[in-house]
Design a protein around this ligand. Structure first.
Ligand code: 1CP
Length: 350
């Protein structure tokens, strides 16, 4: 595998690497999606969400849609964290109004039926989307690749669907530790290869989403969230030592400090619950932070929204900062509010 040079002069990459940039770069988690009428149109045309995600031509267009309206500093590959279990052989469907549905992998028999053999063939449309994007994106825009962290992906694999408390998966981790470890190891290996391939094809930064890391007790958080992500990052850095990697252990709270030290992420995404003054004093000295506007403020709009945006910009201006939300954009979000926030950030000077 060739060790390609990663461009490091783009605004977002400089900010991720700790530079206090002249302007704060920004993008929004789930910036391509149902709040955009042009997304709904293409999704309709594709049929299902998975048909959209696995159609490179459509996925390329969907990735570019938000940039045409709002001039973000990054495009995030349009795909989903659940393409990994799918590529390993687990059945997956997205049903209307129900979210993802998978045939549960919750014992050694169902786990042993999975394999990495056909994985990259299955994922080739995703790699094609990245190649397309790296040719089409404006030169100043950064292309972000992503994957789910092993714990979060495992919660869907074991439970067979999304859940509020991830109870089934926590139970499996307690009751059948050996099988659960084997599942996590499979996810560490497949996710490492997947992310390396994304960089091979043109991803310039990576984000690892651990959306459900907040449901684990402290010791289990180390075992199932910190250590697996640490191993993935070691594997990636062996091939790409300089690729910026953003970790997002949502709900980690005060455990975030140790997460940063152990995993050696380049930057962390911070969720809505974290106060900017705590982030400024405790997290920003360790690495660049990304966040953390409440997605509901983007739905609400008005004075409350403007105030919150300036509050975040003012509080985090003296350290590495990438403006983002504390979680993904909500489908009901008015596009005018996204435009308003984008314009404030584009005009703000530190
Ligand atoms: O059109 C539709 O109805 C499908 C909605 C949708 C979209 C737009 C899903 C189903 N996935 C996606 C795309 C997606 N998913 C991206 C694209 C890039 C972007 O613009 O940001 C990303 C980064 C994801 C990541 C993802 N998928 C996460 C991690 C981030 C997070 O939101 O916490 C998770 C947990 C998923 C699972 C998933 N996929 C889709 C849904 C509805 C869900 C969540 C289900 C649940 O709440 O448990």
């Amino acid at each position: 595998m060739t060790n390609k040079k990663i461009r490091n002069d783009k605004l977002l990459i400089r900010a991720l690497n700790g530079e206090i940039t002249e302007r704060v770069p920004f993008w929004f988690m789930r910036q391509a999606g149902r709040y955009l009428p042009e997304y709904m149109k293409l999704r309709e045309k594709a049929g299902s969400f998975l048909d959209l995600a696995y159609n490179s031509e459509f996925a390329t267009e969907v990735t570019l849609q938000p940039l045409k309206r709002f001039n973000m500093d990054a495009a995030i590959l349009f795909s989903d964290i659940l393409v990994i279990p799918h590529a390993l052989g687990q059945e997956l469907a997205f049903r209307k109004g129900e979210g993802p549905v998978l045939t549960p992998v919750n014992n050694i028999m169902t786990l042993d039926a999975l394999s990495m053999d056909g994985m990259h063939d299955h994922l080739s449309p995703v790699y094609q989307t990245i190649s397309n994007l790296s040719k089409k994106l404006p030169t100043e825009v950064t292309l972000i690749g992503f994957a789910g962290a092993p714990w979060t992906v495992a919660t869907y694999m074991v439970g067979g669907r999304g859940s509020k408390d991830q109870a089934e998966t926590r139970l499996m981790a307690y009751q059948d530790r050996e099988t659960f470890s084997k599942l996590i190891d499979l996810l560490i290996n497949s996710t490492s290869e997947y992310l390396i391939k994304q960089v091979d094809h043109g991803a310039e930064a990576l984000q690892i989403f651990d959306s459900w890391s907040g449901s684990l007790p402290a010791d289990e958080f180390i075992t199932w969230c910190v250590e697996p992500v640490q191993k993935i990052i070691e594997n990636i850095r062996r091939v790409y030592p300089n690729i910026p990697i953003i970790g997002f252990p949502k709900g980690a709270g005060a455990k975030l400090k140790n997460y940063i030290k152990k995993t050696k992420v380049t930057a962390v995404s911070i969720d809505t619950s974290m106060s900017t003054s705590w982030v400024r004093s405790t997290i920003q000295p360790l690495c660049t932070v990304q966040g953390n506007l409440d997605p509901l403020l983007l739905v609400s709009g008005g004075v409350a929204l403007e105030k919150a945006v300036y509050h975040i910009l003012d509080h985090l201006k003296d350290g590495g900062h990438v403006f983002n939300l504390g979680h993904g954009i909500i489908p009901q979000t008015p596009t005018e509010n996204v435009k308003l926030v984008s314009d404030i950030i584009l005009n703000y000077r530190r």
